[in-house]
Design a protein around this ligand. Structure first.
Ligand code: C2E
Ligand code: MG
Ligand code: MG
Length: 683
């Protein structure tokens, strides 16, 4: 109850007029009360003075007026007594006096000392005398105010018993003019009152100022807490929950506006744009978190600059922002904003404490209300997918949502889930495609291990589909490790010197040293001689972190395994790497093999590759040999190894060419002969 009351008061005081009124009442009371108290004190001072004077006068009369006791007994005052009394009148403020007996009968009045006092009932005087007598000689004093003409402005009226033999013999009533004393007292007490009032006013003014400051701080703190609950501390943009809330409200309002009228006066369209910095983690890694934070602040600032007042900006994750664009007339407005954002963020940033500038481009995905979704979550999801699409196309791009892309991504998610399941159930298989030495009657020299995924519903999923999914979802390490171990184990059971080639994904090189440890472990577990293992990498591996990758490749080569460059000629800068790393083999991509004969230029290129490789002591394998013509051409151009459907398709282990009783290959008889030759050699 008490706390509720206190809460009410506090809430009331928080409203400015109520607080001002409360302060006014408190200050008035605090100043008025002391002033009233000082007034009261001044009166008390006058009364005390009057009492002292009255008692002094009574004593003076008692000692200086002869035969006073006879006067109190009712006799006429003697002439001498009258003279003494007359002399006293007007002295020291005494402007009148009366003598009474103890019953209150008036005996003498200073105004007419010679005549008998007029008799009559003066009840006030009788009561005052009774009180004074009852108190055994103490004066009964009253302070009075006159008109300043007939009576002084301030005077006291005191009844003082005159004692005779310790008992009251009569009562002297004295009227003392106290106007002067009252005036000086009033002046000094007013000064005191003024000083006290000023001090109090100052005190309250200071208290009010402190209170005001304190409540200002409290208000500021409350506002800050409310702000932080809705905003991101770093950038001041809305936080994810608040942006979603704003978006949900805007969607509901847009739906209401659509229902209300078919042709709204102003555009009520909405769009959501998701913005992600393209290489934010690199800024963090290279320059530290503080630089990253500053970059995010600058990004938020630039985004605010390109938005309009009605639009909302939120930071929804680390380096991801979202914008709610309002009053969208058509998709052109959304495109324009997306482009403005991309352009604005593509400008270099200057970060304090860092020399030079940083370029941190951003990608944008946009979704339009009513087209790509009607509700907040659907729109945000669509904008996220559009962002993924924009990012897939490279950096500093924007893209709209695309339902077909959404389906594709959805499928990939399902595929990733199924792949995880297949890996856990050990449901993947390895097939092996034979590799032949080109001359020498096409001798079988080994196999390339190729992963196969027999999916319970989809049938065989091609590696070109599931390897990228494994790379994106981080499953490639587990998959690669399984392929490597299985291939080595299998190859260890083959007759020597048959070798096995294993494809490696760039993702397996991300963690420095990991692939070296994997290979070493696979060799150790299988007992396969390193010289019989060949690792195939693609050019894309060498495009980033080149030095680190080259160092890893050297370590692998130092183990005794061979390194082959796969799909040679399809990458961007093939030749540049040939002198930087001593590859053991180049595998010419099947696109070249299949172009042989049809276009003379391909033959020239293949021949040149072979010449170049040989001059660097690198063997050349030609992939995708499907026809006898291609084989002849490759032999002519000097290729060292051949691989392709003409010579042998990828097969499960039990159907491999070198095995006794293996079904005949679709290749010419020379293959079977060479397989038999290898088997014989193994014996
Ligand atoms: P790749 O390493 O270049 O493998 C050769 C691909 O060409 C294989 O396709 C093979 O079946 C196919 N091929 C062989 N001869 C012919 C031919 O005469 N004509 C045609 N049209 N194709 C032929 P596959 O098995 O579908 O593999 C595709 C790619 O998937 C591989 O290309 C390789 O890059 C990747 N891959 C396969 N298995 C693995 C693996 O275990 N790990 C990694 N990282 N990648 C793998
Ligand atoms: Mg390969
Ligand atoms: Mg290849």
């Amino acid at each position: 109850m008490l706390s509720r009351w206190r809460e009410c008061v506090q809430r009331g005081l928080r409203s400015r007029p109520a607080a001002a009124l409360a302060w006014l009442v408190v200050v008035s009371a605090a100043i008025g009360l002391p002033v009233a108290a000082i007034d009261h004190l001044a009166d008390r001072h006058l009364v005390a003075d009057a009492e002292r004077s009255a008692v002094g006068w009574a004593r003076h009369i008692a000692t200086n007026v002869p035969d006073l006791d006879l006067v109190f007994m009712g006799e006429q005052a003697s002439t001498q007594a009258q003279d003494r009394l007359a002399a006293m009148r007007g002295m020291a403020g005494l402007f009148r006096f009366k003598l009474f007996d103890t019953t209150g009968r008036l005996l003498l009045v200073s105004d007419s000392l010679a005549t008998p006092a007029p008799q009559g009932d003066d009840e006030g005087a009788v009561n005052a005398i009774a009180r004074a007598v009852a108190r055994g000689g103490q004066a009964d004093v009253a302070l009075k105010r006159g008109d300043g003409v007939q009576r002084p402005a301030v005077y006291s009226e005191a009844y003082v018993p005159v004692l005779h033999g310790g008992r009251p013999a009569g009562v002297v009533e004295v009227y003392i003019d106290q106007s002067e004393l009252a005036a000086t007292t009033a002046a000094s007490f007013q000064r005191a009152a003024l000083a006290a009032g000023s001090a109090l006013a100052l005190f309250f003014a200071c208290a009010a100022a402190l209170w005001q400051r304190h409540s200002g701080h409290v208000r500021h703190a409350e506002e800050r807490v409310r702000f932080l609950a809705r905003h991101d501390v770093l950038t001041g943009a809305l936080n994810a929950a608040s942006l979603r809330e704003g978006l949900a409200q805007a969607c509901a309002a847009a739906a209401g506006a659509e229902r209300a009228t078919d042709t709204p006066a102003a555009p009520t369209g909405l769009a959501v744009l998701c913005i992600d910095l393209d290489r934010f983690s690199e800024v963090n890694d290279a320059h530290g978190r503080a630089a990253g934070d500053e970059l995010l602040r600058q990004v938020a600032h630039r985004l605010r600059d390109v938005l309009r007042g009605a639009d909302l900006l939120g930071r929804v994750a680390g380096d991801r922002f979202a914008v709610l664009q309002r009053e969208v007339a058509d998709s052109t407005a959304v495109k324009a904003l997306a482009q403005r954002i991309v352009d604005s963020l593509a400008q270099p940033h200057r970060l304090p404490g860092l020399a030079g500038e940083i370029t941190a481009t951003a990608s944008v995905g946009a979704a339009i209300h009513g087209v790509d979704g009607d509700e907040a979550d659907a729109l945000l999801h669509a904008a996220e997918l559009a962002l993924q699409r924009a990012k897939a196309g490279g950096s500093a791009r924007w893209s709209f949502y695309d339902a077909a892309l959404d389906r594709l991504l959805q499928e990939r998610r399902v595929l990733a889930h199924d792949l995880r399941d297949a890996l856990a159930r050990d449901a993947l298989k390895l097939h092996f495609q034979p590799v032949f030495a080109a001359g020498d009657g096409q001798r079988l020299i080994g196999y390339e291990a190729l992963a196969r995924w027999p999916h319970p519903v989809r049938g065989f999923v091609p590696p070109s589909e599931f390897i990228p999914v494994a790379e994106e979802t981080g499953q490639i390490e587990a998959l690669g490790s399984w392929v490597l171990r299985s291939a080595c184990r299998e190859a260890a059971s083959w007759p020597q010197p048959l070798a096995v080639a294993v494809n490696l994904s760039p993702a397996q090189f991300r963690q420095p040293g990991a692939i070296v440890a994997e290979v070493r472990a696979a060799l150790a577990a299988s007992g396969l001689a390193p010289a019989r293992l060949e690792l195939e990498i693609t050019e894309s591996l060498l495009m980033s972190h080149t030095e680190q990758v080259l160092a890893t490749l050297r370590e692998l080569q130092a183990l005794g395994v061979r390194i082959a460059m796969d799909d040679f000629g399809t990458g961007y800068s093939s030749l540049a790497y040939l002198w930087r790393f001593p590859f053991d083999k180049l595998k010419i991509d099947r696109a070249f093999t299949q172009g042989l004969g049809a276009d003379g230029k391909v033959d020239v290129i293949v021949r040149s590759i072979v010449t170049l490789a040989h001059s660097l002591a690198i063997r050349v394998n030609a992939e995708g040999v499907e026809t006898a013509e291609q084989r002849e051409a490759l032999l002519r151009h000097g290729c060292d190894e051949l691989q392709g459907f003409l010579l042998g398709r990828p097969q499960p282990v039990e159907r491999l060419a070198h095995r006794e009783g293996a079904p005949p290959q679709p290749a010419p008889g020379s293959v079977a002969a060479s397989a038999a030759a290898v088997a014989a050699a193994a014996d």
